[in-house]
Design a protein around this ligand. Structure first.
Ligand code: AMP
Ligand code: GLY
Length: 429
């Protein structure tokens, strides 16, 4: 199959890696294309230059290469309606319409759909001025949770005990054009990411994963896009996936269909296991990065079959997904200064050595080829080192052996990805 993958990150490299493995193992023969891609993705695809936010340009590219499936990785093109342009050109696309992607693009819209669908989530107030923000903060009390209503590339949410900092963030969000702020109840308890595939009607969940959002060990430091992930989660209640499917994902997909804006693609359900039960923290309209790196490492069913079934409205016909029994741990190698001011342009070494370790592969995110032809850093999250192992301890050891092979001046990574889970120390209140 000719497949075009849109995006530049480790998420898109993980998708390409899974598709390329199908060809390598003889399960299927794919001709892979990507745009804009990155130097890691380039190794197994033909790269094309295109503005990923320009729907007509993406559709024209898909037509030109004769793509039979277009997979749109990141949220920004989805929210911009790029999937609509590709669908309008008569090409199968994995990814929701712009209207449906509002589940991620607008926090207040997501809350409205959750309320209509009876989905359990944090209580929230939508505020349009500073006085409303102050009143909502006092109504809920500390810890304060303040969210930019719109897309903010991971920088929109502040969780703090400091009322002044909460107010300052609220005012900063309000200062944006059409700025609106959601203030909500704090959810205690560990978080889980569950990717639920939908074709607009049927929902098929993948396996749950956990992400590490803070920059430093022990969840210290600033929020990031995600510093590591692992799966399986031995500590989650056994009925969790069914509960999220029947109480969250299916009712949400049904509600979107009822509104005439069916959701097809990945509904990423971020859940908190709180003392008062399971609550939705957030919806996203795409795979989570770095969770998907570990989830796809364990997927045994060919990914292309699943994505195509979702794109063609045939998920109900899909056989039950098969999973490898191993555990997977992903560790993100970030550049010096990330997440504040990330350094770029430093040479990266050791990727081949890391990838040669048993069960380890390395995915690119913020990398580039310099004028002199060298692989250099080009962004905050530079690489994802993904390992499969017999259990979490084994996968952790392999992932960190891989990280140790990588050379990048000033780089940093968390050393405690999946550590509490390995030790059986994750507790659900
Ligand atoms: P969001 O952009 O909504 O995903 O939020 C980003 C992160 O902020 C989440 O993954 C949580 O770690 C944290 N967060 C968001 N909402 C809440 C909440 N109501 N209570 C506690 N933490 C939250
Ligand atoms: N790992 C969090 C996200 O992709 O939003």
């Amino acid at each position: 199959m000719k497949i075009l993958v849109i995006g530049t990150g480790a998420r898109e490299h993980a998708i390409v890696h899974s598709l390329q493995r199908e060809t390598a193992s003889g399960t299927a023969v794919h001709e892979l294309h990507a745009a804009p891609g990155n130097p890691g993705i380039a190794a197994s695809t033909t790269l094309h230059k295109v503005d990923p936010l320009d729907g007509s340009a993406v559709a024209a590219l898909a037509e030109q290469i004769g793509a039979e499936l277009v997979v749109i990785g990141p949220e920004a093109p989805l929210v911009a309606g790029v999937a609509d342009s590709v669908r309008a050109a008569g090409i199968a696309v994995f990814g929701p319409s712009g209207e449906a992607a509002r589940l991620e693009g607008s926090k207040s819209f997501a809350k409205e759909v959750m309320a209509a669908a009876g989905v359990p989530t944090a209580m929230a107030h939508l505020c349009t001025d500073a006085d409303e923000v102050a009143a909502a903060l006092d109504a809920f009390g500390a810890p304060y949770v303040v969210k930019d209503d719109g897309l903010a590339a991971g920088k929109g949410v502040v969780v703090t005990d400091d009322r002044e900092a909460a107010l300052v963030h609220g005012e900063a969000c309000l200062a944006n054009p059409n700025g609106r702020v959601v203030v909500e109840e704090y959810l205690d308890g560990p978080e889980v990411s569950l990717f639920c595939l939908s074709d607009g009607a049927t929902v098929v969940p993948l396996v749950p994963a956990q992400d590490f959002k803070r920059a430093g060990d022990g969840d210290a430091g600033l929020n990031t896009g995600g510093m590591g992930a692992y799966t399986p989660l031995g500590w989650v209640p056994s009925g969790l996936v069914d509960e999220v499917l029947t109480r969250v994902a299916q009712p949400t997909v049904d509600e979107m269909a009822r509104r005439g804006t069916p959701f097809s693609g990945v509904l990423y359900v971020g859940i908190a296991l709180t003392s008062r039960g399971t609550r939705v923290v957030e919806f996203n309209a795409r795979f989570g990065d770095p969770e998907v790196q570990s989830v796809l490492a364990r997927l045994a069913t060919p990914l292309s079959t699943i994505l195509l079934a979702a794109a063609h409205g045939r998920l109900a016909e899909l056989e039950p997904l098969r999973w490898r029994p191993e555990a997977s741990v992903t560790v993100v190698v970030a550049s010096e200064g990330y997440p504040e001011l990330a350094r770029s342009g430093d040479p990266i070494t050791g990727i081949d050595d890391a990838g040669a370790l048993p069960g380890v592969h390395v995915l690119h995110a913020g990398t580039a080829i310099s004028a002199s032809g060298e692989l250099v850093s080009a962004g905050g999250r530079v690489l994802s080192v993904v390992a499969l192992g017999a259990d979490l301890a084994d996968a952790r050891r392999r992932a960190y052996d891989g990280v140790a092979k990588i050379g990048l001046k000033g780089s940093h990574h968390r050393t405690d990805i999946a550590l509490k889970a390995e030790r059986g120390e994750v507790t659900v209140p």
